[in-house]
Design a protein around this ligand. Sequence first.
Ligand SMILES: [Zn+2]
Length: 247
Amino acid sequence: MYGMKWNRKWKWSRLAAALGLLAGGFTVHSVIPALYHKHRNPEVLRRTGVPGTVMLTFDDGPDPDYTGRLLDLLKKEEVKAAFFVVTREAVKEEVLIDRMLSEGHVVGFHSMDHQNAMVRGYLHTRKDFRTGSEFMKRKGISDIWYRPPWGLTNLFSWHFVRKYGMRMVLWDVMAEDWEKGATAGSIRKKCLSRVKDGSILCLHDGGRRTGGAPGAPEKTLEALTYVIPALKEAGYRFILPSEAVFR
Ligand SMILES: [Zn+2]
């Protein structure tokens, strides 16, 4: 009787130790790096650092239905933006990538296949960055701006950011434009009420394979027809990452 009890106790303590190790490992591999780069790392861009400016950035594209129309709008408004593309999609839509580049926009890297780095290990991270760097090189892009999906990183991400000479760009304004319940009105309101001097807006021109609601970029596009003129009216100038100042 006593032996059985002891045995059970022993099993539980081993389980607790294993869980503790797992939690500790996850903290070191995922939680600490993700929090550090998101909030503290001075080499990560989160605001433009230039008074009187804002930056428009678009993630999760390119998308055959929306990205071209967004480029039309940006052209009409004479505004340049940064597109953080998923290379799995970008290789299928290279005409759009070429158009972004020829029209003066920035094409940045938003991962190979939009996985959550916190639950991915060294091998995937290495392949992810290698694929991104090869794509950028093929497109003649030497200044590589990188935005991790959801802004999340792991213990190895920064090593590869440095290795491939990339610079990380996050954001300070989101408008939840990928959500099912988002409307052009809700996106417009969130953008305009959240933007501050030097804000970097993170919006989405794609998302059908990355968790966005079907048709979501349609609303983003509609919202932007109001947001861009309103930001101009407020006196903001739109800049690109190369003009930003790390602070
Ligand atoms: Zn994304």
